[in-house]
Design a protein around this ligand. Structure first.
Ligand SMILES: [Zn+2]
Length: 374
């Protein structure tokens, strides 16, 4: 059974590490030595060198007691979206929050703590189970960089559960968006703005024209687009010769995201043609989306786990990313479990003690059900 005091103690210890992406060395070392001291088998991959970080992903293995049961995994990430230097955690009326001006970092230490607690409980139980792995990743928040380095194919896993989205616990994500990014450079021609502006080609005006013609924001129930960053120009007395625009589009329908990207590029091409500027376009897939079959084993296991705990096994959609996008993309089905962490990526981030415990129970129940639901 989930032990509340052991779980909360670990959660608070994990929160104490300041570990934004690529700077997870201390929290990873702490977790590795903790798990090894408890007799778990822990290995590292080579993520640090590959992504320019200071820590590798951790892969924890609990060997099967039932060799016919599926090989499953729980996943969570160490890094936080912002630094949490000098974090002071307050607990008032059973709610954990940051007492100062930082995020709490429950995203995703809630997931890491719950996954470890679930593994501890499973090992100490007499319940049969297949091989279970914890995939504890680094550098999730900067584009799932750590997860992309996990040698997941080598582990020959059947399916898994990602502990990395908000409440309610018991629900889970079966559909997530494709997410593409665009960098567009508009190349104009510089000229003195007072003496001979007609000799210039204004890159800022060109970009403005393009953006004014663009469909942006929420484009459908599960499709969005955004211009996120614009830089350009050199001085008020120079016709601006270069502008760089960074943008994104997301959709749970791959065709819609591609159509939107084409539309955005076309707006720039049209504007450039009208002003005489030129454009260069860099388009890349930030990560692939996924749609999990509602009748698949991983979904049925998550539903059974949720119901067994008296929760509502609702299927959810997200336009955000998680390590699940990476693992699903290489053919290892996984759903993202709702956890207790709420208002993530803001300074209002919080989690209740009760939901932290419930998150660990849900993780454990998924492992137990995976040996029963075939
Ligand atoms: Zn997260």
């Amino acid at each position: 059974m989930v032990q509340e005091s052991r779980l909360v103690d670990l959660f608070l210890k994990l929160l104490a590490f300041n570990a934004p992406a690529r700077k997870e060395k201390q929290i990873v070392a702490f977790t590795k030595s903790l798990l090894e001291a408890e007799g778990f088998s822990v290995s590292e991959d080579n993520a640090a060198a590959a992504i320019g970080g200071d820590a590798n992903n951790l892969i924890v293995h609990l060997p099967a007691t039932d060799l016919n049961a599926p090989r499953v995994f729980l996943s969570a990430h160490f890094d936080t979206v912002e630094p949490t230097e000098n974090l002071v955690v307050s607990e008032v009326d059973g709610i954990f929050r940051s007492a100062g001006d930082t995020i709490l970092g429950a995203d995703d230490r809630c997931g890491v703590a719950a996954a470890i607690e679930a593994l501890r409980c499973l090992r100490d139980s007499s319940e049969p189970h297949g091989d279970v792995y914890l995939l504890l990743s680094v550098a999730d928040e900067i584009g799932l960089l750590g997860a992309k380095q996990v040698p997941i194919k080598d582990l020959n896993l059947d399916y898994g559960f990602i502990l990395d989205t908000g409440p309610p616990v018991g629900t889970f994500v079966t559909r997530a968006a494709w997410h593409d990014r665009l960098e567009i450079n508009v190349h104009g021609r510089p000229a003195h703005a007072g003496k001979e502006p007609e000799l210039g080609i204004d890159a800022i005006t060109t970009a403005a024209r393009a953006i004014s013609q663009m469909r942006l924001g929420r484009l459908g129930p599960e499709t969005t687009a955004n211009i996120g960053l614009i830089t350009g120009g050199t001085a008020t007395n120079v016709v601006p010769a270069k502008v760089t625009v960074l943008a994104e589009a997301r959709s749970t329908d791959e065709t819609l995201v591609e159509n939107q990207i084409d539309h955005m590029i076309q707006c720039f091409a049209n504007a450039a043609q009208s002003t005489g500027a030129e454009i260069s376009v860099h388009h890349h897939r930030h990560y692939a989306g996924y749609v999990i079959d509602p009748n698949s084993t991983v979904v049925r296991v998550a539903e059974a786990a949720s119901r067994n705990l008296g929760l509502s096994p609702d299927h959810r959609v997200t336009l955000g990313g998680s390590d699940g996008n990476v693992y699903n993309a290489v053919g290892v089905p996984c759903v993202v479990l709702g956890t207790g962490m709420d208002h993530i990526h803001t300074h209002a981030e919080q989690i209740t003690r009760a939901d932290l415990v419930l998150t660990a129970k849900m993780a454990l129940e998924c492992l137990l059900q995976s040996a029963r639901v075939r």
